[in-house]
Design a protein around this ligand. Structure first.
Ligand SMILES: [Zn+2]
Length: 396
């Protein structure tokens, strides 16, 4: 305890150094993250406290992974495309490797290999279903396509069809609200069983507060389709407008009555991103229809606010998501003292990344409700299936 207090005082003293909030870039890169972001990281190795494993009681509803990406290169006629350049190409290769797929899969029939692997991992995990995400193209506010922008595309019909043919999948479509056909496409997708709408405002160039989108948000509320919107920085997909990373941008859809999930709770992705978690937290009391997901919380930066996420009023608004195929390592939660050394060791033995993420979220202390809460947000089931009366010939 004494060493804890000493280290806390030591680390806090750095915060009082004049000008530390505006250090030169080199200092920011080299020293600031080490001092501020990992100020308690090494302490946890010296603590001998035994963490009780968070054993969750049996769940009433199926646990769902609410944030699972689908990617493809269109080799099988899915309509998907993938354009990888620079750091995004490196990240893609890294993700492919951690999925256990060959690097050659990026130039083969990627979606077939990817979906087969995803199903294999999901079926072998504690999660019963996954919400799979389409990914729209990038548009200007006037509704015209931004040619050359974006690094991948996953058509709505592809995830709708995957969900129609696999009980484990629930489809989240992706529609830029500036599109001329945005509302028509939303209604069509809702008819075909869409349970959610996913977008990345900073990467898709969506100013959610733009008054021109109001009728789109109102239609989402009317159809009971929740919005899953990326918040915080992003490193895997090119960012078009960093200002749209701020969860404050979700105010308009929230005011229109849309149930909104702020993906990643506004946390930062890279060392140099602004951290918007406090903005997200400040919006929670004001908007009962605002939720946050804990997806990618097993990356170095995003797990920082976990202790706050485990306390009310935020705990009852957190929804489980993995952000598959984003890498999952218990190292970062361990370094921050969020899990025990024993659980860290156990997590390393879990080969299945979806299960490893589930295990680590439990070990961090997320309650059982976190894994089923998304049921409260989804549109009502029709005829025993989320997809209701969808027939194959409705999906091209
Ligand atoms: Zn994601």
């Amino acid at each position: 305890m004494l060493s804890f207090c000493c280290l806390l005082t030591y680390s806090n003293s750095f915060r009082r150094i004049p000008g530390l909030n505006t250090p030169p870039d080199a200092l920011k890169i080299a020293a600031f993250p080490l001092i501020v972001s990992f100020q308690l990281d090494f302490l946890c190795f010296y603590l001998t406290i035994e963490w009780p494993m968070n054993s969750i009681p049996p769940l009433r509803l199926d646990p769902i992974d609410s944030h699972v990406h689908v990617v493809g290169n269109g080799k099988n006629g899915s309509g998907c495309w993938l354009k990888l350049k620079g750091k995004h190409a490196i990240l893609a290769r890294f993700m492919v490797a951690q999925l256990g797929l060959a690097q050659s899969s990026l130039s083969e029939d990627l979606e077939t290999l990817y979906v087969a692997r995803l199903l294999e991992l999901l079926r072998a995990s504690s999660l019963k279903k996954a919400i799979i995400l389409a990914h729209d193209q990038v548009y200007l506010a006037n509704g015209s396509l931004m040619e050359g922008a974006g690094s991948f595309y996953v058509p709505n019909d592809f995830v709708l069809e995957l969900a129609r043919t696999n009980d484990e999948f629930l489809p989240a479509v992706s529609i830029h609200p500036a599109r001329a056909d945005a509302i028509a496409e939303l209604e069509r997708c809702a008819q075909l069983g869409a349970v959610m709408m996913k977008c990345l405002p900073n990467c898709h160039n969506i100013d959610c507060s733009d008054r021109r989108y109001t009728s789109f948000w109102e239609k989402m509320a009317e159809l009971n389709i929740p919005l899953l919107a990326h918040t915080g920085g992003e490193n895997t997909v090119p960012v078009i407008n960093p200002e749209y990373s701020n969860p404050r941008i979700l105010t308009r859809p929230l005011e229109c009555g849309v149930k909104v999930i702020a993906a990643h709770c506004g946390t930062r992705s890279g060392l140099r991103d602004p951290d918007y978690f406090d903005v997200f937290a400040s919006m929670i009391p004001k908007f009962p229809n605002l939720f946050g997901d804990n997806s990618a919380f097993n990356l170095p930066m995003r797990c920082k606010p976990v202790p706050t996420c485990l306390r009310e009023p935020i705990a009852s608004r957190i929804i489980h998501g993995s952000d598959f195929p984003v890498p999952v390592s218990g190292r970062w939660a361990r370094l921050r003292g969020l899990i025990s050394q024993d659980d860290f060791k156990k997590s390393k033995d879990i080969v299945n990344v979806i299960e490893r993420d589930f295990f680590l979220k439990k070990a961090m202390g997320f309650s059982g409700d976190t894994f089923t809460r998304v049921h409260e947000l989804l549109p009502p089931k029709k005829s025993g299936s989320f997809l209701g009366q969808v027939t194959k010939n409705k999906i091209k």
